[in-house]
Ligand binder design. Structure first.
Ligand SMILES: [Zn+2]
Length: 492
């Protein structure tokens, strides 16, 4: 936004400095603003004089007031924003999962009017935000509560329903919204320059996890039919048996065999996408294919030839198992014939931060698993790529996370939305995802083509993409992540 400018953050030089610096860096990468974080004692050493500095003072109000004259003297900023520090970064860190501020207050801070209520203008060029937005951003970006809360779940996942934040807070990228407010405040303090009035264009990152290629394969189909019978749904069971026999006799296409439909749709839209394939795994819920199967080889070749991206879909047990994931990664790279840089964990099973380390050890550069299985939305309070942070070791990881925003199954199975409601929800989330460098990461399974299980959903997806196509750009997951890597060269 603001050319030739930089952001100087003054904050205590305590054991939480790395946490604060991480949030400031994330803000800088998003706002294209190089950032420098210094302790109060470092102010008089801010040697190089640049013209366009914005100072951000993070402390208690008395500290901010105390630092301000020195900041003016040494840093010579064009604007000063104070952010009031709460007790979040303090003795109870990692003991308490709570949000740093009441949820209602944090929700208020999303809108310009609500933000103004908590912002004290102390002079033309100086204001204090009376809310700990640094800690609140940290809480969401790092998934802080997932380190503290351990609620049992069938697949060992952290669900939206476990979160201490109210569910509607995940309907938008709250951290981006707070950053937008901060940026507008900075621009206002500098006399209204800089901040771009052009709303950013939406961007859809279309992704597909390839779990199952056939609904009716040998006894698999029979098993599903039996379970329908056990549910007492005789009509459904009869229909399934009929369909299974037609498919197995080669008279009907298997409902999961939908790649050709997907390809032709993507062609019409001019939309690239990312396909995540499994490279192994022998848990009952893992893939029904092997990379050595001839149809899989042909599918991979087709995807590569089309210029789409291929990523790894690490198997059910891999999220805590580095040797397992590495084997799968090697198998996939061998089958594809080139290196693979991204992954999405099967079943969205992800241990924060352990799985990022494992993925990094396998040579992966990005992950795109962090969406809640049970609710679409912004699990990290963030739209677009970001660097994850290890809350225990207090360091930024050399990986990129591209949070998943909406999985088809979340809407159809967990939120139990009928297809016509799903389209509304997708449109709202796409709209909410729009921020600088934002990304609406959509997971669309080939199995959605099974109209019996997901009535109306395939058409909903097609309709949603066609209706959005005029106003958004499409990108692969790798493209969205590489864009962040390029930005980091500029802003650190
Ligand atoms: Zn999967």
């Amino acid at each position: 936004m603001m050319n030739g400018q930089s952001c100087w953050c003054v904050r205590a030089d305590d054991e939480f400095a790395a946490c604060v610096d991480y949030v400031i860096r994330t803000f800088g990468r998003w706002s294209d603003l190089p950032t420098v974080c210094i302790p109060p004692s470092g102010m008089n050493r801010s040697a190089e004089r640049e013209a366009n500095r914005i100072a951000l003072l993070y402390g208690q109000v008395e500290e901010i007031e105390h630092w301000r004259p020195q900041v003016e003297l040494f840093v010579k900023p064009t604007a000063i924003v104070g952010i009031e520090r709460s007790t979040f970064f303090g003795p109870t860190f990692l003991d308490m999962p709570d949000l740093p501020e009441p949820a209602t207050k944090l929700e208020e801070l999303i809108s310009p009017e609500g933000f103004a209520k908590h912002c004290e203008r102390r002079s033309e060029t100086y204001a204090i935000v009376r809310a700990d937005l640094i800690a609140a951003a940290f809480w969401f970006l790092t998934r802080y509560e997932e380190y503290v809360i351990s609620t049992p779940e069938t697949h060992d996942r952290f669900l939206a329903s476990f979160s201490l934040a109210p569910p509607q807070m995940y309907d938008q990228p709250v951290v981006n919204r707070w950053f937008e407010r901060l940026e507008a405040l900075m621009s206002d303090l500098r006399g209204g320059d800089g901040a771009s009035a052009v709303p950013p264009k939406g961007r859809i990152v279309l992704t597909h996890d390839v779990d199952l290629l056939r609904k009716y394969r040998g006894l698999m189909g029979v098993r599903r039919t039996i379970s329908a019978m056990l549910r007492g749904d005789a009509q459904e069971a009869t229909a399934e048996i009929r369909m299974a026999s037609l498919v197995m006799a080669g008279l009907r296409r298997d409902p999961y065999d939908s790649f050709d439909n997907m390809f032709s749709l993507k062609e019409k839209l001019g939309a690239p996408s990312t396909f995540f394939f499994m490279g192994g795994g022998n848990a009952p819920l893992d893939a029904d294919y092997s990379l050595d199967d001839q149809p899989v080889k042909e599918l991979l070749a087709q995807i590569v030839a089309r210029g789409d991206e291929i990523g790894l879909h690490p198997s059910y047990e891999s999220y805590r198992d580095a040797p397992k994931m590495l084997k799968e990664m090697q198998a996939l790279e061998k089958a594809v014939g080139h290196s693979v840089i991204g992954a999405r964990q099967h079943y969205l099973r992800f241990a924060v931060p352990e799985t990022w380390y494992i993925q990094g050890q396998c040579g992966l550069r990005y992950d795109t698993s962090l969406g809640f299985p049970d609710r679409a939305g912004f699990r990290c309070g963030w739209s677009g790529a970001l660097r994850p942070f290890d809350v225990e070791k207090r360091l930024e990881l050399p990986m990129i996370e591209l949070p998943l925003v909406a999985m088809d199954i979340s809407l159809a199975v967990y939120e139990k939305l009928p297809a016509e409601k799903a389209i509304e929800r997708l449109a709202q989330l796409l709209n909410a995802s729009q921020t600088r460098y934002g990304a609406f990461v959509l997971l669309w399974h080939n199995t959605l083509h099974d109209r019996r299980s997901y009535p109306g959903y395939w058409d909903t997806m097609e309709y949603f993409l066609f209706a959005s196509a005029g106003t958004v750009d499409f990108a692969t997951a790798a493209q969205a992540c590489e864009e962040l890597e390029l930005r980091m060269v500029k802003t650190g």
